[in-house]
Design a protein around this ligand. Sequence first.
Ligand SMILES: [Zn+2]
Length: 86
Amino acid sequence: MSKIKVFIPCDDANHVCDKTQYKEATLWEKIKLNIHLIYCRACREYTKNNTKLTKAIKKSEVECLDKKCKETMKLDFEKALKEHSN
Ligand SMILES: [Zn+2]
């Protein structure tokens, strides 16, 4: 039986996390991410922040759909990301 990669590096976990936000991750990828999150605190934090930002964006999209508003939102998102990486 071929080796199944269950333990993935943090980079992969973060990538799957990003894909999950856009509903592009497969079930198996999500399982691997969840296994990773059990033992990796750093990625748990990353996922938590990522989910929070996505929720904030979704909420804003419902509230304002015009283009200018979306631009502002994008800037806010980038600012939040910068603050998070500091
Ligand atoms: Zn990790």
